[in-house]
Design a protein around this ligand. Structure first.
Ligand SMILES: Cc1cc2nc3c(=O)[nH]c(=O)nc-3n(C[C@H](O)[C@H](O)[C@H](O)COP(=O)(O)O)c2cc1C
Length: 144
């Protein structure tokens, strides 16, 4: 069982690119990561991880992808809030409200959230990828 699980939903690949760069950041600091698409993830896969890093683009009208919304509800029901949590995702025309709401929800649920979540406009460029790697490093530090 990996110490950190990254679970994400991505329609057109931008959030997935972020997820992979966060994984690189964790691994470059010696951390052990499970990276999974949310469609293929069960709560059992993440139950022993110390940190869970959740990725969803802004969808609907400043909302989480439905799959992420229901996954987080399951986590809340199972009281998995002893974990450190990270959050990230890509957006386009909005102002990032979906991520502010997501972070509030995780904090209210008792998770120890790292930073304020990481958002990137559309496809991350090299600087964006570096921010993702850096966020991975921050999450690893939080559990060490
Ligand atoms: C149905 C739909 C709804 C969206 N709603 C928003 C939105 O409310 N705010 C926003 O900033 N971007 C919105 N977007 C843009 C996506 O967040 C953006 O294209 C993002 O890069 C997609 O990430 P992905 O490649 O990981 O799927 C929406 C896109 C789609 C397809």
């Amino acid at each position: 069982m990996s110490e950190i699980a990254i679970v994400y939903w991505s329609g057109t690949g931008n959030t997935e690119t972020m997820a992979k760069a966060i994984k690189e950041g964790i691994e470059s600091e010696g951390g052990d990561v499970l990276l999974k698409r949310i469609e293929e993830t069960r709560l059992d896969d993440i139950k022993d991880a110390k940190a869970i890093v959740l990725g969803s683009p802004s969808m609907g009208a400043e909302e989480l992808a439905e799959e992420m919304d229901s996954f987080v509800s399951q986590m809340e029901n199972e009281e998995m809030n002893d974990k450190v949590a990270g959050a990230f995702g890509s957006y386009d025309w909005g102002d990032g409200q979906w991520m502010k709401d997501f972070i509030d929800r995780l904090r209210k649920g008792g998770f120890k959230v790292v930073g304020d979540g990481l958002i990137i406009h559309l496809t991350p460029d090299e600087e964006g990828l570096e921010r993702c790697r850096g966020y991975g490093g921050m999450i690893l530090k939080e559990i060490k």
